[in-house]
Design a protein around this ligand. Structure first.
Ligand SMILES: [Zn+2]
Ligand SMILES: [Zn+2]
Length: 301
């Protein structure tokens, strides 16, 4: 069977055995070769690591994996890309959510931009939330692999969540789904509708939904948030000796509220977003695709 002929059901069925999962695990965990960067194991080494006495049984399961998941080469066995994806999925805890349960609510060190209560972080099933419980304003809602939660202090965790959030939204605002690589379009909604999350009652004049129709990848944000990923805003912060890419969105009132956003038109949508920083403000004009069509700087009164 060639790779092209392998259907989804067969690909899943080939993994349906504990020994096969252990083989993938051991091949992934083996030390990578300095020459190729790819871990390889000899037959004997692999067998001993997987710890199966019965050679016939070990052979049987290894043979099932060779092809789609594992390559057999002169230098030894190694994971092929689907095997590596599986290994990384196992390590990230995407299938098992291990280690995620004991994370309680903790403050992020910023006051709510609407009511002034402390903004807090919280893990809801697999979603990492940064929100205000006082007024139900949700500032960040992002899937975070459980492996990344372990062994981190609250500050380290918040930085990691910010990084993850930024990676996902940078991809979506650039028009590509971070999970399946399909095209993502930006759809602007009137804020009179309820927000997509029941846990978010922010009163926004408009918000943008990024939605992958192929894999259900989904994020919504105030329209001003798109600027977080735009060179105009990044350069503006850089000119003020600040790195915008390092600042979590929940610390940026202009990005998580629409307090400094003006709706200039609804058909087509036009927005003007004011980004205040120190003694200066960046004003960016956005079109219906949230492309920046004009910018200017003015004193921050
Ligand atoms: Zn609040
Ligand atoms: Zn997708």
């Amino acid at each position: 069977m060639t790779d092209d002929e392998l259907d989804r059901e067969t690909a899943f069925a080939l993994l349906a055995d504990e020994i096969r999962v252990r083989i993938v695990d051991e091949l992934g965990a083996a030390t990578a070769s300095p020459e190729t960067g790819i871990p390889r194991l000899s037959y004997a080494d692999l067998k001993s690591r997987v710890d199966v006495r019965d050679s016939g049984r070990f052979n049987y399961h290894l043979t099932k994996l060779v092809g789609n998941y594992v390559a057999k080469e002169e230098a030894g066995y190694r994971l092929r890309w689907p095997g590596m994806v599986l290994y990384r999925t196992l390590v990230a805890g995407l299938l098992t959510n291990d280690g995620a349960s004991d994370l309680g609510r903790f403050p992020v060190g910023t006051a709510c931009h609407r009511c002034g209560d402390p903004i807090e972080a919280h893990l809801y099933e697999t979603l990492f939330r940064v929100r205000c419980w006082g007024c139900d304003a949700n500032y960040t809602d992002i899937y975070f692999p459980s492996h990344g939660l372990t062994g981190r202090s609250p500050d380290e965790l918040l930085r990691a969540v910010h990084r993850r959030n930024r990676t996902v939204l940078a991809s979506m605002t650039a028009g590509q789904c971070p999970w399946c690589a399909a095209a993502v379009s930006a759809e602007i909604h009137d804020g009179d509708d309820d927000l997509p999350s029941l846990h978010d009652t922010r009163d926004l004049d408009a918000y943008v939904v990024y939605h992958c129709t192929d894999c259900t990848g989904f994020q919504y944000v105030p329209v001003s948030r798109a600027l977080c990923y735009h060179p105009a805003a990044i350069a503006f912060y850089h000119d003020h000796d600040r790195d915008l890419t390092e600042i979590p969105a929940w610390e940026l009132p202009w990005a998580v509220t629409d307090r400094t956003t003006t709706v200039r038109g609804a058909d087509p949508w036009r927005f003007s977003v004011r980004v205040p920083l120190d003694d200066e403000a960046l004003v960016a004009e956005l079109d219906e695709r949230l492309a920046v069509v004009d910018t200017r700087r003015e004193p921050n009164a």
